[in-house]
Design a protein around this ligand. Structure first.
Ligand code: GLY
Length: 349
């Protein structure tokens, strides 16, 4: 896969200006959603090189990550003379970087794109690593390609306007990265003060954290092996998220991952001797910052059923990434129905 660079900006306008110099003789398109258009596009347009860009706006939310939105984007590119030397700037959360990366990578067999994530979740997860795609026939990310952004430009100032829940949602993916990296990284993320966010500290943590993901992606760009480590917390987490969306209290992605991690660290403790003290420390961190799992997902069979249909599974067995300690990754693990239910008991009791 092509190399991708991530810049955690100190002077966003200057760094964007420098980056766009490369495309000054070519057409630039900015794909955004109605939220990012309002809150973040004005900052991007402070950069003189971006001012003549063509803007494509789609509605926010994962329900718009569809083939219809992709057709709208491809049509716009076609009607406005985009070619292989054009650039797409994806300005938004994970939905925009996913569909923008996909449409740019497939238009005329591929034009370059850069990602400017406007949410913490997008910066930590979707914007890096080259996974692009759209939902199709009710299945998430069913159609897509691995194709990395030319550059990911992270402006921490965009995260100042996130509400507390969206901030915590993104932070859960940072905890996951730290857990798969090392005890040092993990202890650092656990001591974060959510009540008084220090954005300078966040910037440093984010730089280290995105680098963890990048190291793994470079080693295994198409998820044949070690990239599965990034699925930690997501086997239970995705099932909780899907079930919660059928209720009055849909979970934000990161909250589902935070609760999924409680179950998967407990499974790690049971099966691989993950240290009990670390498990309890994490359980306390979740209770303090994410609260108890209040969504009505206590139907264990429904959770199990969803986990059985996870597209990460092989040979009809639920596939987990577990840990024998922070930084000690064990991919391709399985568990029995009884073990899975015991994990749910830990979460719900
Ligand atoms: N979101 C996990 C990955 O990029 O592999």
């Amino acid at each position: 896969m092509r190399e991708s660079k991530t810049i955690i900006t100190s002077d966003f306008t200057a760094e964007l200006t420098q980056l766009l110099n490369k495309w000054q003789d070519n057409k630039i398109f900015i794909l955004t959603d109605d939220h990012a258009e309002k809150f973040c596009l004005p900052t991007v347009l402070e950069c003189a090189n971006a001012r003549n860009s063509q803007i494509i706006t789609i509605e926010h939310g994962d329900s718009h990550k569809t083939i219809e939105s992709a057709i709208k984007i491809w049509s716009f590119l076609s009607e406005h003379g985009a070619n292989r030397k054009s650039l797409m700037i994806n300005l938004g959360g994970g939905m925009i970087t996913d569909i923008g990366g996909f449409t740019a990578s497939t238009f005329k067999r591929g034009m370059s794109y850069i990602n400017i994530p406007t949410t913490l979740l997008g910066a930590v997860d979707a914007a890096t690593g080259g996974k692009t795609g759209i939902n199709f026939l009710g299945l998430k990310n069913e159609i897509g390609v691995f194709s990395p952004a030319d550059t990911v430009l992270v402006n921490v100032d965009f995260f100042r306007t996130l509400d507390a829940r969206n901030f915590r949602s993104g932070y859960a993916e940072m905890v996951k990265h730290a857990l798969i990296d090392s005890p040092v990284a993990w202890n650092k993320v656990l001591s974060f003060d959510f009540e008084n966010v220090d954005f300078d500290n966040l910037k440093k943590l984010l730089a280290d954290n995105i680098a963890i993901k990048q190291r793994i992606v470079e080693e295994d760009p198409t998820e044949q092996g070690i990239r599965k480590a990034l699925n930690l917390g997501h086997t239970f987490g995705h099932a909780f998220e899907t079930l919660s969306h059928k209720t009055e209290k849909p979970l934000l992605h990161g909250y589902a991952v935070a609760y999924g991690l409680v179950c998967e660290l407990y499974l790690s403790y049971m099966k691989l001797g993950f240290p009990k003290d670390d498990l309890l420390k994490y359980r306390y961190f979740v209770l303090e910052n994410y609260g108890s799992f209040s969504c009505d997902c206590t139907d264990y069979d429904a959770v199990l059923e969803l986990m059985m249909h996870d597209k990460k599974n092989d040979n009809n067995e639920i596939n987990f990434t577990l840990l024998s300690g922070a930084g000690e990754i064990r991919i391709n693990q399985t568990a029995t129905r009884e073990e899975i239910f015991e994990c749910l008991d830990i979460l719900f009791n």
